[in-house]
Every structure is written in C-alpha cells, then in structure tokens.
Design a protein around this ligand. Structure first.
Ligand code: FES
Length: 146
C-alpha cells in the first residue's frame, strides 16, 4: 500500500469511529432507562427520574423507560403537565414487535403502527389500543402494577 492510500484509509477509519461515537451518544441520551425497584408484581419509580439537568436548568422528561426483569418488553411511562402519568407496555398490538418512543408517540419499526402517549392507535395496521398499566402515586414515587 502506498503512503497516500494508507493515510486516506486511516483518515476514513478515524472519521467512521468519530461518527459511530456521536451516533451512540445520541442513542444513549434518547432512551433514558429509569432506576426502579421491582417486586415481581409492582415497579416503583422515583418521580425525580423525570427531571434532568440541561445547561444548569431543570428540564422535565416527557417519558422514561423501565425494563422489568420479569417482562419481555420495556414499559414507557409518560408524564403529563397535569401531574398524571401513563405506563404503556412497549409491545405492538399488531404482531408483537417492540415499540420505539418518539416524542409523544410510540412507533412500531416493523410495519409502521403508531400509538399516542395514552396508548391509542394513531396509525394502522394495528387496530387494538395498548393496554395502560395501573398506576398509583404518592409524593415521591410512581407505582406500576404488572
Ligand atoms: S408488529 Fe407493529 S405494526 Fe406490525
């Protein structure tokens, strides 16, 4: 290999590495998995999981994800301005693929179904809404019944 080709190859490899790092960092900040305790039938999440610090300011997250050990799919918990929450199992009602959060919606990567942050079908082919899990709260925590 000539010197020029070697330098060009190394340069492209470095750019690829930098691009991959940026991409992975972007993914990490997109899907935040909350700390939780799981008693088998109930998940406990601290309300502070919805608060993040950006540029020294407190910012409210729209949602957090949890992955209970005893479930095959994560749960997406949305926070609303009125202080309420919704907890949605992230399994598409069409053919069972894992949903991806996208702002106020959950999108299915398999065939494109979309659900609202309350589990209502916004776009087919899914016809059945998601079944929100039962939630109770106190001053500090959110309790989700499995
Ligand atoms: S499995 Fe989700 S749209 Fe088909």
């Amino acid at each position: 290999m000539h010197r020029k080709e070697f330098i060009k190859t190394c340069g492209l490899a470095c750019l690829g590495g930098v691009g991959l790092t940026v991409l992975l960092e972007g993914c990490a900040s997109t899907n935040y998995f909350a700390q939780n305790t799981n008693s088998g039938k109930q998940i406990t999440i601290r309300k502070t999981e919805f608060i993040k610090i950006e540029k020294e300011k407190q910012v409210q997250r729209k949602y957090v994800l949890v992955k209970p050990e005893n479930l095959n799919f994560p749960i997406c918990i949305y926070s609303f301005v009125d202080g309420s929450y919704s907890a949605l199992p992230m399994q598409c009602t069409h053919k069972g693929c894992e949903l991806q959060p996208n702002g106020d919606s959950l999108i299915c990567p398999c065939h494109g179904s979309e659900f609202s942050n309350k589990g209502i079908v916004k776009n087919p082919p899914a016809e059945e809404n998601l079944k929100p899990l039962k939630i109770t709260t106190d001053n500090e925590n959110i309790y989700i019944q499995l």
